[in-house]
Design a protein around this ligand. Structure first.
Ligand code: ISL
Ligand code: CA
Length: 550
């Protein structure tokens, strides 16, 4: 049986600092803004905060392109602001984890600058510089996640350098020992300040296959990206993760969650089994699209797939591993919109998703805004998109699809949906800023905001609060066994969580159809539901938690 840990019992909350709360009216969220909202998070029941990157950055990818690991982004504040924030988080008995982006740095990082300028730079080998394959062609056929080839050309030394993400995010060469040791020092510097752990950005990409061979054509066509098979689970990944843990995290007992796109369950087990001493948890993304569909596609997500996925992981991930639970982050459209954009169902779906998130076995992560039932924003103009991925994709598609269809496709999966400001109240600027928000926002905040939902006993926000409170006071909901009751019944997701004397039952209608209710004994009493009364049938997206009376 799994050993107890603070991070297994915690409810996490992801903050996208740029869009959380602006304290000085420049339209950009900041550290002082986060500090002022700590009581809000505490009252919601949050135990730990994950901050998306706050380091100095030219913001080609909103902070995921780091220029200086030891400085705070100017717009966000200073190191003093950070220390103060950390202190106040700890004073409230909460934890703080940072985002660690160590697969790549900004091309404006001094290491990269020096490497490009000086032929004999000691930083040359910190990156992946290569000669042309044959005249003027990049060294291999790998493509970037943000459109085009994964290589930039630098004429100073007639060399190409690898970037899996934007043209300003240069991949680091983890096979260089000096680089690794500089990174461990940097991590320790933050740990000495008292941060409680890290979310490791695309950490499964750090080890690249020796020789950087061409990607397989068929794989490239299928995935939409070339070269993936040579780095998504590279030859030295486990070696480097073990070293990272030993050299950087373990001495401080720091918590880690790895962002690991595409690894699947088997590899996830190898990355997170506690006895292997690599990562504490990972984020897997396979549940975010129904199979056969991709993010940049306008379709309705089938919650029956979420059921299937969750049952699979609950039953097979194993007792040495611990799962992260989430549906939203800063890289994905809002889940309610994916499931069913009909506004009539917004509130019930928001609560249904909360129910599943907070009653399964694993550590729940809530992304800012999710707790008030945020949905995708209505963008009307290409110029309103800010995300480098969306903008590049739009330009890539424009030629073949035409402007309108290209915009539509980009909007179906744009990361900007999750990056619009937090909707605090109905005032101009949504209570997020007294100035002009850095990114477009529609009128949704007038009806859907924290202030209004705080005052409404039946709001999505209060549903989250209530469920979080319950979870924290109920061992069965954290460590209890999971047992599925209606494995095969379509649209119905029913399961038990059991620990000692306690038994809880969760019953969810995953569809907008009315379905027959199963009969459980008289001794199952409703604890919380997204419908206020009980009928013979389960109504659209109905979700109820029951407790078995002993
Ligand atoms: O791999 C992908 C497509 O199959 C992408 O989803 C990619 O893995 C994912 O976008 C990685 O995200 C993280 O790293 C990026 C950054 O832009 C994201 O915001 C971050 O979450 C580069 O640092
Ligand atoms: Ca600000």
């Amino acid at each position: 049986q799994t050993a107890p840990s603070w991070w297994k019992e915690a409810v996490f909350y992801q903050i996208y600092p740029r869009s959380f709360y602006d304290s000085n009216g420049d339209g950009i969220g900041d550290l002082e803004g986060i500090r002022r909202k700590l009581d809000y998070l505490k009252e919601l029941g949050i135990d730990a905060i994950w901050l998306s990157p706050i380091y100095d950055s030219p913001n080609d990818d909103n902070g995921y392109d780091i220029r200086d690991y030891y400085k705070i982004m100017k717009e966000f504040g200073s190191l003093e602001d950070f220390d103060r924030l950390l202190l106040e988080v700890h004073n409230r008995d909460m934890k703080l984890i940072m985002d660690l982006v160590i697969n790549h740095t900004s091309d404006e990082h001094p290491w990269f600058q020096d490497a490009v300028e000086n032929e004999n730079s000691k930083y040359k080998d910190y990156y992946l510089f290569r000669k042309s394959k044959n005249d003027n062609l990049p060294p291999n056929n790998w493509t970037s996640f943000f459109s085009g080839p994964a290589w930039n050309y630098y004429k100073q030394q007639d060399l190409w350098a690898l970037h899996l993400f934007s043209k300003k995010q240069m991949d680091l060469n983890w096979d260089n020992e000096n680089l690794r040791s500089e990174i461990y020092q940097m991590i320790q510097w933050w740990l000495k300040k008292g941060v409680d752990g890290f979310r490791l950005d695309v950490i499964n990409y750090i080890s690249k296959k020796e020789g950087l061979p061409d990607g397989n054509e068929a794989v490239g066509k299928l995935m939409g990206y070339y070269g993936i098979e040579h780095y998504f689970y590279g030859p030295k990944l486990h070696t480097y993760l073990k070293e990272l843990k030993r050299e950087a995290f373990a001495p401080y007992q720091a918590f880690t969650v790895g962002e690991t796109p595409g690894v699947g369950m088997r590899m996830a087990q190898l990355l997170t089994a506690d006895y292997r001493k690599e990562l504490d948890m990972i984020f897997s993304f396979d549940h975010l699209e129904t199979p056969g569909h991709v993010r940049f596609e306008d379709y309705q997500y089938d919650l029956n797939y979420l059921k299937k996925y969750m049952i699979d992981w609950m039953e097979h991930y194993g007792s040495s591993c611990w799962m992260s639970l989430f549906y939203e982050n800063h890289d994905n459209p809002r889940m309610i919109s994916k499931v069913n954009p009909d506004p009539a169902y917004r509130e019930v779906i928001g609560k249904l998703l909360a129910m599943i998130l907070l009653t399964l076995k694993g550590t729940p992560f809530i992304f800012q805004g999710q707790e008030i039932g945020a949905v995708n924003q209505e963008f009307h103009r290409v110029e309103d998109l800010k995300d480098v991925e969306s903008i590049n994709l739009y330009h890539e598609l424009e030629g073949t699809l035409g402007k309108e269809a290209a915009f539509h496709k980009v909007l179906s999966g744009s990361r900007d949906h999750a990056r619009t400001p937090m909707q605090w109240d109905a005032s101009k600027g949504a209570g997020f800023t007294k100035g002009h928000p850095w990114i477009y926002m529609d009128e949704d905040f007038k009806e859907w905001n924290v202030k209004k939902q705080t005052e409404d006993r039946l709001s999505v926000l209060n549903f989250y609060r209530e469920l979080i409170r319950l979870r924290k006071n109920t061992k069965a909901l954290v460590y209890g066994e999971f047992e599925v009751l209606n494995r095969k019944k379509k649209n119905l997701f029913t399961y038990l969580r059991k620990s000692g004397e306690e038994t809880y039952l969760v019953e969810c209608n995953l569809s907008n159809r009315t379905i027959k209710r199963d009969k459980y004994g008289e001794d199952y009493k409703s604890v919380i539901s997204n419908y206020s009364d009980k009928t013979d049938c389960l109504r659209p997206y109905e979700a109820t938690l029951y407790r078995k009376l002993s």
